[in-house]
Write a protein that binds this ligand. Structure first.
Ligand code: SAH
Length: 211
């Protein structure tokens, strides 16, 4: 099922980075969904993971990861740990992964799951990821897996020189996936494609009443 997922949902739709495709083949996605969702683990869609949150569609995980342009030695930050699935993919593609989650039970469960599955280079932090995680900054790449009303300034500040920030930005109902680059201290942004994510809450996200 995983091979079919990678071929039909990811490769055929244009994600070609061989390291990303390999990671998507290796991470057991069914370990990141609840038992009653097992049948859909490899389906072409996001799935509920409890607390009103979702594990992203496989294609979206692959496309965002490819956009981060990882070669293997990076320190990266993910905002929105959720199930921990994207963090596991990143663990195979970067040296050090920090992942932030506001919903404490999700952070706790993801931490336990990642440890049980043997992903040793991932640290899960609970807290507002729109503020970034200053302690380990700067990051070579940052990915935000929830929809932001605007680009949170702390995330841009915590990007290393040459760093990439991949983030869905826009309205609550639909967003554009944006890639920001920091080159010689200057910021450029490019729009990659349309997407739909659950709202990013917190200081530079949507107000909590929004969800
Ligand atoms: N990457 C996840 C999918 C995440 S869904 C996976 O692979 O399963 C988006 C997640 O972002 C949700 O779990 C939500 O609780 C979290 N979130 C929302 N606002 C946040 C914030 N300000 N900081 C950290 N996490 C946040």
């Amino acid at each position: 099922m995983r091979r079919e997922m990678v071929q039909e949902q990811i490769r055929e739709r244009g994600v070609r980075d061989p390291r990303v495709l390999d990671a998507m083949l290796r991470v057991p996605r069914h370990e990141f969904v609840s038992e009653d969702m097992l049948n859909g683990a490899y389906a072409d869609q996001p799935l509920p993971i409890g607390e009103g949150q979702t594990i992203s569609q496989p294609f979206m995980v692959a496309a965002m990861t490819q956009a981060m342009e990882l070669a293997g030695e990076e320190r990266v930050l993910e905002v929105g740990t959720g199930s921990g699935y994207q963090a596991a993919i990143l663990a195979l593609l970067a040296r050090e992964v920090h992942s932030m989650e506001t919903v404490v039970p999700l952070a706790t469960a993801a931490h336990a799951r990642l440890a049980r599955l043997g992903y040793k280079n991932v640290q899960v932090h609970s807290g507002d990821g729109t503020l970034g995680w200053e302690k380990a900054a700067p990051y070579d790449a940052i990915v935000v897996t929830a929809a932001a009303p605007r680009i949170p300034p702390p995330l841009v500040e915590q990007l290393a020189e040459g760093g990439r920030l991949v983030i869905p930005v826009g309205a609550a109902t639909e967003q554009e996936l944006v890639r920001v680059r920091k080159i010689e201290g200057r910021i450029t942004a490019e729009s990659l494609h349309y997407c739909r994510f659950v709202p990013l809450l917190g200081r530079y996200g949507w107000p909590s009443s929004h969800s």
